[in-house]
Design a protein around this ligand. Structure first.
Ligand code: 2IT
Length: 450
């Protein structure tokens, strides 16, 4: 391996041994960059790789809130402004019990390359809290969000840092966060946050964008393979906002999601998880009992298998892990490889462990597509929301959808071209890392030391 690259990786491993997710993300991206680093010896002199793994700024703050019984609680909040070379920091907020620095940092690092891939001027950022939204009342969520924004508002802005949602932060939370920002600043700066409701500056198609974008990207892969989406059976994990978008768009294009998995096990619905009744039931199920997907199987009379995942099932054509990081480990990857399924399309951020990803990429019969390209339509449409807000106008759903479709085709084409340029063939994983890196690297070099 390139000696400089090796040195930076060893340093990251040592410095961040307490943040395994971050080490994993850096190893995944940097392992694709060897030919680029060989071609650009000037990067070593300025330590470009070392700079890129150090967030420009990361801070933590206290978030105190009062529950409905009058008891006060103290949580930790974070915001990581990872890389601002190509635009204002942009990335979601994750509210989940297991959040700590390593999760925020890995997501911020990934976000930098993903945002670069969108082709739009957005830098990389991420934030969140170890607040557990499960079982909280609406009033508790509101008080938490208000307290969170009270700590954060002075460090963000439409040209500074633009948060959005991630796990545990949906339209409701975004509304409360924005309401508090507006109250504190006394200005109408709705470009400070994305994923807003349509009535106060949200973009059409933003709720659907990550899932729709993933399916558009999948269609590009299928086109490359002289294949089509029609009639395909898709296995997803998760049944949150992203999986919901996949279910809707897949059905619209003549495919169907036949498997979904949750924390309690998986559901097999050979008729397809589609149509208004089933999708509405999932929304209801998530709102009332987010940790269980068994109620879906009970309601629609299909198979539920507890405490396991469907990875490795043979009666499926495309797999799209859309739940969370490290969902597919080496053991699952071995089953997936043995099942004969051709398309492995990552959707969630870092859903595959690095050893599992290497195993899948080594399968001659498989095409593997990386999350940072596949799920980039979400943040891409967030950037379109920022454009609409700054121009004080509103685009139609058709306009946003057309831009999203084009964005996903561009991301696929640019990734394939980047891999091709380095003699790697149709390697979408390496191509996405290289294409995402090149733009950020260029901008950092041009701007001098920072
Ligand atoms: O992981 C992601 O790209 C997001 N959670 C969306 C970020 C955004 O700014 O829309």
């Amino acid at each position: 391996m390139n000696a400089y690259l090796e040195r930076v990786l060893a340093d990251v491993k040592e410095k961040h041994s307490h943040e395994p997710e971050f080490v994993q993300a850096v190893e995944e991206v940097y392992s694709s960059l060897e030919p680029v680093i060989e071609k650009h010896p000037e990067y070593e002199k300025v330590d470009l790789l070392g700079r890129m793994v150090e967030p420009e700024r990361m801070f933590t703050f206290r978030v105190v809130w009062c529950d409905d019984s009058g008891q006060w609680h103290t949580n930790r909040g974070w915001r990581c402004q990872f890389n601002g070379a190509i635009g204002p920091y942009k990335g979601g907020l994750r509210f989940q019990k297991n959040v700590y620095e390593g999760i925020i940092k890995f997501l911020g690092f990934e976000q930098t390359f993903k945002n670069s891939l969108t082709g739009l001027p957005i830098g990389g950022g991420k934030g969140g809290s170890d607040f557990d939204p499960a079982g909280k009342s609406d009033a508790e969520i509101m008080r938490f969000c208000q307290s969170y924004m009270s700590a954060l508002y002075r460090y963000i802005g439409p040209d500074v840092d633009v948060p959005a949602g991630d796990m545990g932060v949906g339209a409701r939370e975004i509304g409360y966060l924005y309401g508090q920002y507006r109250r504190l600043k006394g200005v109408w700066e709705n470009g400070v946050i994305t994923g807003k409701g349509f009535s106060y500056g949200g973009s059409r198609i933003r709720p659907e964008a990550t899932g729709y974008g993933a399916v558009y990207y999948l269609c590009e892969v299928l086109k490359h393979e002289n294949d089509t989406i029609e009639g395909k059976r898709i296995g997803v994990s998760g049944y949150g906002n992203v999986a919901w978008g996949i279910m809707k768009k897949a059905a619209e294009l003549g495919a169907k999601v036949t498997y979904m998995a949750g924390p309690d096990g998986y559901v097999h619905d050979p008729d397809g998880i589609c149509g208004e009744e089933k999708l509405n039931f999932i929304l209801h199920m998530r709102a009332t009992d987010p940790m269980h997907c068994k109620p879906y199987a009970d309601k629609f009379g299909c198979k539920f298998v507890p405490d396991t995942k469907h990875w490795g099932a043979k009666d499926v054509d495309i797999l799209m892990p859309a739940a969370m990081q490290n969902d597919v480990t080496l053991e699952w990857a071995e089953r997936i490889a043995a099942s004969g399924v051709k398309y492995y399309i990552e959707v969630a951020n870092m859903p595959t462990t690095n050893d599992a990803l290497a195993l899948l990429r080594a399968q001659k019969h498989m095409i593997v597509a990386p999350c940072k390209a596949v799920n980039a339509g979400g943040v891409g449409v967030s950037a379109l929301e920022m454009s609409q807000n700054s121009e004080r106008l509103v685009w139609t759903a058709e306009e946003v959808d057309a831009q999203l479709k084009k964005m996903m085709a561009d991301i696929h084409r640019n990734s394939a071209a980047a891999a091709e340029a380095y003699g790697l063939g149709y390697d979408l994983v390496a191509g996405a890392n290289i294409a995402g890196f090149e733009k950020v690297a260029d901008a950092m070099m041009a701007q001098g030391c920072f």
